[in-house]
Design a protein around this ligand. Sequence first.
Ligand code: F6R
Length: 607
Amino acid sequence: MCGIVGIVGRGPVAPLIVDALKRLEYRGYDSAGVATIEAGVLGRRRAEGKLVNLEKRLNAEPLDGKIGIGHTRWATHGVPNETNAHPHFSNGVAVVHNGIIENFASLRDELIADGYVFSSQTDTEVVAHLIARELKRGADPVAAAHGTLKQLEGAFALAIMFQGDEDLIVGARNGPPLAVGHGEGEMFLGSDAIALAPFTNSVTYLEDGDWATIRRDKAEIFDMDGARVERKRQQSLSTSYMVDKGNRRHFMEKEIHEQPEVISHTLAHYLDFTSDSSKPLDLPFDFAKLDRIAISACGTAYLSGLIGKYWFERLARLPVDIDIASEFRYREMPISKDSAAFFISQSGETADTLASLRYCRSAGVPIGAIVNVRESTIARESDVVLPTLAGPEIGVASTKAFTCQLSVLASLAVRAGVARGTISREQEKALVHQLSEAPRFATQVLKLEEQIEKLARDLSRYHHVLYLGRDTNFPLAMEGALKLKEISYIHAEGYAAGELKHGPIALIDENMPVIVIAPHDRIFEKTVSNMQEVAARGGKIILITDKKGAALASVKTMETIVLPDVPEIIAPLIYALPIQMLAYFTAVFMGTDVDQPRNLAKSVTVE
Ligand code: F6R
């Protein structure tokens, strides 16, 4: 999603803005731009594509102002080109914007009728023209910005600069995040604290409906009625984050390899390995008194929730209603008063997940957030934050956040089972001990890299792939397919193995590799029957199993990846690794942009 930076600085700000934009690159973008005011005149440089193109423009034609705004754009309205790149200008007003102005079409018609000429296809340009019109009608810059904000509908974050005032940026938030960074004799705006980390770790997060004036010596925050509001200033943790790839080629590769460590940190937060028990949690509800729970999330986070459903229902006999957040928020599902709702999100900013949370909030049920970014909106709007301790995840394709989400969900399901009396102390001990083994097994699986890299070379020759699994391996099959399509652009689908006969079997021929996730568990035999159905039709099977499964599979495979024998509870965490590695190496062979795949964004702050 788009990234915003604004600096009212002490020296030339353009290089600092580019530096901050680089830290927002992980959000995904397709063009970028910077504007500054120098000797009373607005100047801007914009470029399609990566930030290096913008840097080249700035090297050729530097901008020297001490105040500036910058932007990485992820196209919503209008193609990704230089003309549509932000900042957008109108008569001395410069605007950068993240989100969607929903009433832009009617505003645009009105402005055109008023004589304003549009040079881009963006919804953002209406904001610049509206402010310019307010100025023309006699408002001062702050009043012009405020007057414009009141006319906008939709979800947006904005940073606005005015020719003629080199000590003022106006920021506004209604949906996508925006933070003020407090410096000494300088002030900052940024989409998140990671962007501001090189400048300051003292930040104030704007809340929805807030807008702010930032000047070198002070930042003031207002509500939509124009009344001053106080928002907490806090120390961001982000300064300690070193956002680099280490010795790896891609962030995704680095993040895959961090999993043994971050799974272990996350599990240790919820489980006590000395007594093999689940730690008591300070929850706003009692698991024993719940009649069901609701879970909502998007993409990979949703798939972790789907695996969580199997655990909660099996271990705690607690029914789970789970839905993709973009459906959850609109389908008006009845929410039981005796339920709790969990929202799962790496970024904590996903618009649909946040809207689902607010739906449950209005139904009055207690809310838990399983999030990676603890300072995020979803975290702040929840009653309890259940953190994943994955550290910053920069690769757009989620890997370590997923297995950390699974770690939290498995721990919670055990805790719920203990509270509801559905698992005994002996079972709790055994399950916690088994979970403690996950990091060790994950380390072993990462050593299969060479075999998986070779397999990926073969896989990269195909155009379609089917993933199959049963039980928790069904959501994992969908995750395998999602990972493969998003970074290698190979079309892939994940199905419940038992559904094969109900349609997808028609696709099977010698050009269709079928990846089957099948540890030797109580339904292994059933999956073997499905593999036989595939083999009988000439499909190429790639089997991911354990030693027993490999010995008993009795089908010819194109490749068998043999993982260690692992306890059932940790199987999803361990089997996630080969599917991530397979997607990663296939994408490397295909030569795609692994960390920032086309069209995708890390933090999806619009619906
Ligand atoms: C896939 C992926 C996405 C995210 C989804 C939700 O690899 O990363 O499907 O899982 O956009 O994002 P968060 O977890 O930030 O809410």
